[in-house]
Design a protein around this ligand. Sequence first.
Ligand code: ADP
Length: 221
Amino acid sequence: MADKKKQFAVIGLGRFGGSVCKELYNMGHQVLAIDMNDTKVNEFAAFSTHSVIADSTDEKALQSLGIRNFEYVIVAIGDNIQSSILTTLVLKEMEVPNVWVKAQNVYHHKVLDKIGADRIIHPEQDMGIRIAQHLASEKIVDYIELSDEYSIVELLATKKIDNRSLVDLHVRAKYGCTILAIKRGEDINVSPLPDDTIYEKDILIVIGHKNDLKRFEEEGM
Ligand code: ADP
């Protein structure tokens, strides 16, 4: 199936919004970059499909940009909480299907939740958690929190499990976690079979309860 290109708009081109914009654009998506600061808008001309100067709290300005036709809008306004809230409200009133908003604190989060933000992001906290996981274990390459209890981790296969098959390791039976994929260099084996072999330095993508994942990481490999 062809990868359908999505349409994105990023409002606020600070460090967070700027990286989101660049990354989406590098992935080949259509990205409209919006900021009220002309220097920012000029800077992002090369890293977006279009970059425009606009105040996102101005409903008419957003309307004239055709923002309601975008599938995803990311609100990455930093310190100005009032502008972030007002922008989100306008976007949800315009029925933009997916509005993702960067929150500054718990109060901001609560308001965003009430006015219908589809996803609320706390980049510093999320990154802090991931960095802590990296720091705590050399085996953990990456970490995604799914809920308070469940996560997905990328684990670096150790010598202990080198040349062992999945069935041989009994990961699900012994630890209650599931190996979703095995990465080896550029290759990725999704939904691996029981007979597939793991080699040292492979990256295992594993899903499970946090306690089970910890047990597998500490005792199973
Ligand atoms: P970060 O912490 O991610 O670096 P910043 O606070 O530095 O975030 O950046 C937020 C960006 O959002 C700034 O470039 C600012 O000009 C822009 N911005 C703030 N309010 C509005 C608004 N109402 N409309 C459009 N852009 C805005």
